[in-house]
Ligand binder design. Structure first.
Ligand SMILES: Cc1cc2nc3c(=O)[nH]c(=O)nc-3n(C[C@H](O)[C@H](O)[C@H](O)COP(=O)(O)OP(=O)(O)OC[C@H]3O[C@@H](n4cnc5c(N)ncnc54)[C@H](O)[C@@H]3O)c2cc1C
Length: 366
């Protein structure tokens, strides 16, 4: 696809591709390394290449982030642990004392956090907080916090009595915070469920003005949706490259690429990937032009993750049973991509949001 990128981004793409090919892929494939050592080496390389600073700086253009993330995924290393530094997320621009106590240690990698949004379906009411003088008293449950078991603090959505929703910083070692369950999902990532029983936090642990919690949470989710979409389109390109290589391999009876039946499938994969990629690039450019891209980010996330799932499924079909053997790159990719259709907003729920935005609120340029 002609990307029509400015020359600095062409240079960035080439630099990231070079780093991936010559340093990150060999690290990914080195079985002798312990996971922690691999992550440390990846982190050092990412820092030297300026990738860490890209995701931590608040003013990095969306197109720059997209090019970096897509290029890494295109080389099959988009998800190496350690590649990107912790991001400020909801704490971006936070004032003292939270800046010193939570944001700076988070960015330095000294403290870890989890995003606590999803609630168990059987909870009698959403997590809530009573105001008691200069404290919030929080009760409720959160069911799916990625990295929660290792988190020093959570940013949690709670309904503050009389004030509306707020994102609140909750230290996980406070009395009343219980880690109820730890579990792993199909893609290999780790999560935790929490119970809050009258947990007391200072009122200044609520981020922003009263009532802003949901819109702040959605702002963060929107950025993560664009990151997921960038990863999805890079992964598609990687899958297509792998399939092309397999199809062109000489076999008894000739390479499969000679068959028209196979060509139809392969051509369709390329058409789908082109459309998905165009969506993501258009969204990044609209964000950099200063437009509110909440709907576009939903489209990019839903469309790219669904296309990516179809593509990897088709890739498995074309490569054959070998692709489902544990350790095959497509087997792992199949598991990883499946989670993306649920995390940061389930596809049909997001479709309903787009419909509601247009039909009920008269919003959205889609
Ligand atoms: C790998 C992974 C990581 C995650 N990490 C985090 C995290 O760090 N923090 C966090 O807070 N959450 C996290 N989640 C949770 C994720 O955000 C939720 O799973 C997702 O938002 C869907 O919510 P749910 O599981 O409650 O499903 P539901 O919302 O219950 O959806 C299940 C099904 O019900 C349908 N449905 C929902 N509502 C209705 C309705 N009113 N009428 C009809 N149908 C309906 C949906 O369309 C869907 O088909 C993670 C999930 C995954 C898979």
């Amino acid at each position: 696809m002609p990307d029509c990128l400015p020359s600095d981004l062409v240079t960035l793409r080439d630099r990231v591709a070079d780093l991936a090919r010559h340093a990150l892929v060999p690290l990914r494939d080195d079985d002798r390394l312990a996971p922690a050592d691999r992550a440390a080496q990846v982190r050092a390389l990412a820092k030297a290449a300026g990738l860490f600073s890209l995701t931590q700086a608040a003013d990095t253009p969306e197109l720059t982030l997209l090019v970096a993330r897509e290029t890494l995924a295109w080389h099959g290393v988009g998800h190496l642990p350690g590649l990107f530094g912790p991001e400020a997320g909801l704490l971006a621009g936070i004032a003292e004392p939270l800046r010193s106590s939570h944001l700076l240690p988070l960015l330095a990698g000294d403290r870890r956090t989890g995003f606590a949004f999803t609630e168990p379906a059987d909870a009698p009411r959403p997590s809530w907080a009573e105001v008691d003088g200069d404290q919030l008293v929080i009760s409720g449950r959160k069911s799916y916090v990625t990295g929660g078991a290792d988190a020093d603090f959570l940013t949690a959505l709670v309904e503050v009595d009389g004030q509306g929703p707020a994102m609140v910083v909750i230290d996980t070692d406070l009395p009343g915070v219980t880690l109820e369950r730890q579990f792993m999902s199909l893609d290999g990532s780790h999560h935790a469920a929490f119970h809050f029983d009258r947990v007391r936090v200072p009122r200044h642990h609520a981020i922003g003005a009263p009532g802003e919690g949901r819109s702040r949470a959605l702002g963060k989710i929107s950025a993560v949706r664009r990151a997921i979409a960038a990863d999805a389109v890079g992964t598609m390109a990687w899958v297509i490259t792998l399939v092309a290589h397999e199809l062109q391999r000489e076999r008894r009876g000739g390479a499969r690429a000679a068959s028209e039946r196979i060509r139809l499938r392969y051509g369709d994969m390329r058409i789908q990937a082109y459309a998905a990629r165009a969506t993501v690039y258009r969204t990044a450019r609209a964000a950099d032009a200063g437009l509110d891209v909440v709907n576009e980010s939903i489209v990019a996330k839903v469309f790219t993750t669904e296309v990516a799932n179809q593509l990897v499924d088709m890739a498995v079909q074309l490569v054959g049973g070998e692709a489902l053997v544990s350790g095959h790159p497509l087997e792992h990719t199949l598991r990883r991509l499946r989670a993306l259709r649920l995390t940061e907003g389930e596809s049909d729920t997001l479709r309903v949001n787009v419909a509601r935005g247009h039909l009920d609120l008269g919003k959205g340029r889609l």
